[in-house]
Ligand binder design. Structure first.
Ligand SMILES: Nc1ncnc2c1ncn2[C@@H]1O[C@H](COP(=O)(O)OP(=O)(O)OP(=O)(O)O)[C@@H](O)[C@H]1O
Ligand SMILES: [Mg+2]
Length: 236
């Protein structure tokens, strides 16, 4: 089996979050946003996280993406606690295993759509030509064929969001974490995005965790969850 396919073996456990705790102590009184949170993600899983503003959805996603550290508990990826990694190992892990679509895009506004989308591949020292082709294909797939050479700062909000999605998918990550990916999209582009995410899940077994207020998008995922008292709960 080709190495690229091995990591997508069906239904194996990928992520295991155990008793996660996250407290924001800079607020007065401190806010326990996540508490005793347990969660498992298997290959090919599709999960949406819905619920009111401020319940901790982005906080949870940031910890799963190792962009923020919990104050307690552990996060295992294929059995290893990722927060035991050194900063360099963690950065590598993040680049190779996680695609992240942020609620606020964090793109480099002076670089073009193509340069932004190929950035993870360049960091991974992929051959420049190959990186460019991969990024271009993804940008075409999200409907930005005519915007490849545009600086991101000159794109609309929805276009920027689609560049962010192409960037997140650039290295075919086994896990895609998306925070409000349809927040800035019109209905047509939101449907295109839903379809693309489900196709990637079907084709590659890419596991999806999507934070969304969009119930249409949530209806596409097999698991629907929300956060109650700091814990992630299934809603169906
Ligand atoms: N850096 C921070 N410092 C202090 N408090 C924070 C910080 N980040 C988040 N919080 C608080 O933690 C809570 C959860 O925030 P989070 O961003 O996870 O919510 P959310 O569910 O993603 O909301 P939304 O739907 O509005 O994006 C909020 O009450 C927020 O004020
Ligand atoms: Mg949020």
């Amino acid at each position: 089996m080709a190495p690229v396919l091995e990591k997508y073996q069906k239904n194996a456990l990928i992520f295991q979050a155990k008793e996660l705790l996250k407290v924001f102590r800079n607020s007065n009184p401190p806010v326990e946003v996540l508490k005793d949170l347990n969660f498992e993600l298997r290959k090919k899983d599709t999960v949406s996280i819905i619920g009111a503003s401020g319940i901790g959805k982005s906080t949870f996603l940031h910890i799963m993406g190792t962009l923020d550290r919990p104050d307690g508990g552990s996060l295992l990826y294929e059995g290893k606690n990722v927060f035991d990694y050194t900063e360099t190992q963690l950065a590598n892990f993040r680049n190779q295993c996680i695609g992240f679509v942020f609620q606020f895009h964090h793109l480099l506004s002076d670089f073009t759509a193509l340069e932004n989308a190929m950035m993870p591949a360049l960091i991974q020292e992929m051959n420049r030509e190959e990186a460019m082709q991969t990024a271009e294909k993804l940008l075409v797939r999200v409907g930005l064929k005519d915007r490849l050479g545009h600086k991101v700062g000159e794109l609309s909000g929805g276009e920027q969001q689609r560049v962010a999605i192409a960037r997140a998918l650039c290295l075919n990550p086994p896990v895609l974490l998306a925070d409000e990916p349809t927040g800035n999209l019109d209905k047509k582009n939101a449907i295109l995005l839903h379809d693309m995410l489900m196709e990637l899940n079907e084709e590659l077994g890419m596991a999806l965790i999507i934070v969304t207020h969009n119930m249409d998008l949530a209806s596409y995922t097999a698991r629907k969850m929300t956060i109650i008292d700091g814990k992630l709960m299934e809603t169906n």
